[in-house]
Design a protein around this ligand. Structure first.
Ligand code: NAD
Length: 510
């Protein structure tokens, strides 16, 4: 029960110590870290300066020159060791994620499990960085593709997946031969410091093949991120966060012809068809819309329900919304933790007012008091019945708001589904094969993730993760996402005694 839980600052200090974070890094600094659970100050973290940022970029660039020559399976060994450290520290790191991001304990632990999973994936990948051999039109020639390390990777991450996003990028980048500099969210530096301490343990065990500056951490705000974004020595900028941030980053990276992997905001939908298994749908909707208090990039935000099933589904959904357990995310019975801060609460209330002004009927959405005290922003998730997909529905509000709309025509609902600027995740609940296949077809969902009979949130690391349009177009984690962290060379080798020139050109030089 919540009453038996330790005070947040005390528990945080104990976790940081056990995870190997030096006290000096989290006391007396200029970055105050407030707990979403009760609003208490958990630490004052020391920030890096612009000069230190420059020095880290230089060290990473020097590390690249060495690391790119270490055989990939040996590079995989470092990631294997990181996976071992994460396994050993899973309970503590998962709990710290829960405390710093405000997500419930099973989600905190689940985030660390994803880190372990991507390490395992990357270790296997370290022996599978294949290129193609391609048929050539020239006699006695061979043509092939070789994949080489690309250079320094900067990872800029968001508060809501404070550590998993780093691991999706870093595990892959490191086996691909790239050093990684991490600039975590200024709202989540503690989990980053703890993860970095585990990385340092793995590096120490790995030994001298790992050069100085191979994996570093920069604590700072957007201005520190911008230094990474603008520096030509940073080959790849992998940035996760709001579309507003991505807009700024994309333009600056493009201006210097750098490479960006962008993982930005989503506005994810589910379509509930007449043939849907409503038991599945109900669970899928509840988890995807209310889980993590609506603070996942893949959270369900738009629900299209066929008119023939709306009367069966909506009353049950409202009941779940009215009874779901809200409170301290560390408590065993809690399903919904707090919003990150007052800013998130204000944005939610503003969106609800706007929805009301557009004819929306709001259930829930109010601040609730919990045993965690008055310092945190706990809200009842909001279900908003909308007459149409108005402007507020087209925007991502990073809070538990589910806009519900009814439909009667499948073509029309597909069009509405795609008529938002974002393109991250999507789902359909149906047992009609034609509807399912049409949703997955070229004329169906335009998102990077499209699911049938499961909700839009909760991606596995084995697949490529990311989305289209304003979500940024990047892909990370599984499948062949590794290609984004390497450069491709096409090689042609002539093992004959003549030199057939392209386009039949005869170029005599005698
Ligand atoms: P945010 O955009 O406020 O911050 C994200 C990171 O970007 C932080 O580290 C911040 O310091 C940095 N940053 C901000 N402006 C910058 C700039 N101009 N140059 C360089 N760095 C800059 O996002 P947030 O509030 O922490 O996270 C929530 C958002 O992230 C939501 O929109 C959510 O959908 C999105 N998100 C997307 C994914 C995905 O994979 N698509 C995953 C998690 C979160």
């Amino acid at each position: 029960m919540t009453s038996k839980l330790q005070s947040v600052p005390q528990e945080t200090a104990a976790l940081l110590e056990r995870l190997g974070v030096p006290k000096a890094a989290v006391t007396g600094g200029s970055l105050s870290v407030m707990s979403p659970i009760d609003g208490s100050e958990m630490a004052r973290v020391v920030e890096h300066s612009a000069a230190q940022t420059q020095a880290q970029i230089a060290a990473a660039q020097a590390a690249f020159v060495k690391w790119r020559l270490v055989p990939a399976p040996r590079r995989g060994e470092l990631v294997r060791l990181l996976g071992e450290e994460l396994r050993a520290a899973k309970e503590d790191l998962g709990r710290l994620v829960s405390i710093e991001a405000g997500k419930i304990l099973s989600e905190g632990l689940g985030e660390v499990q994803e880190m372990i999973d991507i390490c395992e994936f990357a270790v296997g990948l370290s022996r599978q960085l294949y290129g193609l051999t391609i048929a050539t039109e020239r006699p006695n020639h061979r043509m092939m593709e070789t994949w080489h390390p690309a250079g320094v990777v900067a990872v800029i991450s968001a508060f809501n997946f404070p550590v998993a996003v780093w691991s999706w990028n870093s595990a892959i980048a490191l086996v691909c031969g790239d050093p990684v500099i991490w600039k975590p969210s200024e709202k989540a530096p503690l989990t980053a410091l703890a993860t970095h301490a585990l990385m340092e343990r793995a590096l120490a065990k790995f030994g001298s093949d790992a050069p100085e500056g191979l994996a570093s951490l920069l604590i700072g705000r957007a201005d520190i991120g911008q230094i990474l974004v603008d520096d030509r020595r940073v080959a790849i900028v992998s940035a996760t966060g709001s579309t507003r941030m991505g807009h700024a980053v994309a333009q600056r990276v493009a201006a210097r012809f750098g490479r960006a992997v962008l993982e930005l905001g989503g506005n994810n939908a589910a379509i509930i068809c007449p043939s849907a298994d409503l038991e599945l749908a109900l669970r899928g909707i509840a988890f995807a819309a209310m889980g993590t208090a609506g603070q996942r990039c893949t959270s369900l935000r738009r629900l299209f329900v066929h008119k023939s099933v709306a009367d069966k589904l909506l009353p049950r959904l409202k009941k779940v919304y009215g009874s779901v357990a809200i409170g301290d995310p560390r408590a065993a019975d809690t399903l919904i933790g707090p919003l990150r801060d007052q800013g998130a609460f204000d944005a939610m209330q503003k969106a609800l007012d706007e929805a009301r002004a557009s004819g929306g009927q709001v259930t829930g959405g109010e601040r609730v008091s919990t045993a965690a005290g008055e310092g945190g922003y706990y809200v009842r998730p909001a279900l908003v019945e909308m007459p149409s997909q108005s402007e507020v529905v087209e925007r991502e509000t990073f809070a538990p708001i589910l806009y519900v709309m009814t439909y009667d025509d499948f073509d029309a609902v597909l069009e509405l589904h795609n008529a938002v600027p974002q393109g991250l995740s999507s789902s359909i609940f149906t047992t009609d094969l034609r509807e399912a296949e049409r949703f997955l077809s070229a004329a169906g969902s335009d998102c990077g993730v499209a699911n049938v009979n499961i909700g839009p949130s909760g991606a596995e690391i084995g697949g490529a993760f990311g989305g289209e349009k304003e979500t940024g177009g990047g892909r990370e984690a599984g499948s062949d996402s590794w290609r984004a962290y390497m450069r491709r060379a096409t090689n042609t080798i002539n093992y004959g005694t003549s030199l057939p020139l392209a386009q039949g050109v005869k170029f005599d030089v005698e």
